[in-house]
Design a protein around this ligand. Structure first.
Ligand code: AMP
Ligand code: MG
Ligand code: MG
Length: 333
């Protein structure tokens, strides 16, 4: 494996390889959509779907990571079957395509055995499939059914590789396969990475506007508790968009102050990478009560007590205190 500097800390090397693999997974996701053979399968319910893009991206990510780091524990959204199917197409980045990632001293001595990687090969599957249906029906410009363009929904899709140790998110990678979709001719896709206590790479961090509160929440998995929690923080504006990765990107880009999701639908693979990058940038991601989300391999996958995330510089505890008690009581661990 042609990984840059084998003498670098394990965490730095995993993040560096994950950046290259996530770029490759993004290409797989674009290729499946272009081919139009989505192979949609319903998982828990009609709003919880899996496509060939989810499966193929997971096979690529897990086979590539586990070949290079055989002792790490990897948990992927699409389950053991997809994880065990080593596709034969292990992605081996060239030295030029890997980046140098710095790691703070307290994480520099982590061993492979101490690391759990949470993989969401395609976050925002609902929006990915809706964009596909929209394109298939030949809609041009703003889709009559969705009220937005198909391409703008693809912007909600991300690849998430979250790295945890000691039950805490310590590093993460978010890849946006359709970043730059508004600029034909420019290279599609962008990858952001971060190490807690270290730095964020791949994008500039922008502060959200002062004097107003912009909240982002789900567009496809809402409920009365989700709405009650959003209303309780008294937002000036609400951005209902898909994907946990995309919503945390809005916090990092200065487009929203707060991500509020008072529902048990999000899983550890949705929050681990976004939490690590947000924390590296100075923001916070917890459950809706303000308590840390645990990331040991043995914990339940579901974030049953919801998600609350705030952009760098926001008063996280203040907003957590505003969430109504009946909403908190409804979300039991
Ligand atoms: P959303 O904000 O609705 O895009 O959700 C963020 C992540 O949580 C996505 O990966 C969703 O698939 C997942 N999620 C949220 N709510 C649910 C739910 N009710 N059922 C299944 N997955 C969910
Ligand atoms: Mg997801
Ligand atoms: Mg997913």
């Amino acid at each position: 494996m042609s990984l840059a500097s084998l003498s670098a800390p394990v965490l730095s090397r995993i993040v560096s390889l994950s950046v290259a693999i996530a770029n490759h997974a993004g290409k797989i996701i674009r290729d499946v959509l272009k081919k139009g053979e989505l192979g949609i399968v319903q998982k828990e319910n009609a709003r919880d779907l899996q496509t060939e893009a989810d499966r193929a991206a997971q096979r690529c990510i897990i086979s590539s990571l586990s070949q290079c780091f055989p002792k790490i524990t990897i948990i992927g959204e699409e389950g053991d079957e997809e994880s065990k199917q080593i596709s034969g197409k292990v992605y081996d980045p060239t030295p030029e395509s890997t980046i140098q990632v710095t790691c703070p001293p307290h994480l520099a001595s982590l061993g492979e055995e101490e690391i759990v990687v949470w993989v969401d090969p395609l976050d925002g599957t609902a929006e990915y499939t809706q964009a596909y249906e929209c394109r298939k029906s030949g809609h041009q410009g703003v889709c009559k059914t969705l009220g937005v363009t198909c391409e703008s929904l693809l912007d909600h899709v991300t690849v998430l590789i979250g790295i945890a140790s000691g039950g805490k998110a310590v590093g993460g990678v978010i890849h946006q396969p359709y970043y730059n979709y508004q600029n034909p001719g420019s290279e599609l896709g962008r990858t952001i990475w971060g190490v807690v206590g270290g730095t964020v790479g791949g994008m500039p961090i922008v502060a959200p506007p002062e004097g107003k509160l912009i909240v982002t929440t789900t567009r496809s998995h809402s409920s009365s508790t989700v709405t009650d929690a959003v209303d309780a923080v008294c937002p000036d504006e609400v951005l209902r968009v898909g994907g946990a990765g995309h919503k945390v990107m809005l916090l990092l880009e200065g487009k929203a102050h707060l991500y509020v999701f008072a529902s048990p639908g999000c899983k550890k693979w949705d929050t681990c990478a976004p939490e690590a990058i947000l924390q590296a940038a100075g923001g916070i991601l917890t459950d809706i009560k303000g308590s840390p989300i645990p990331y040991q391999a043995s914990v339940p996958f579901r974030n049953s007590t919801g998600v609350l995330a705030s952009a760098p510089g926001q008063n996280h505890a203040f907003y957590s205190a505003k969430i109504p008690q009946h909403v908190k009581d409804n979300l039991k661990a």
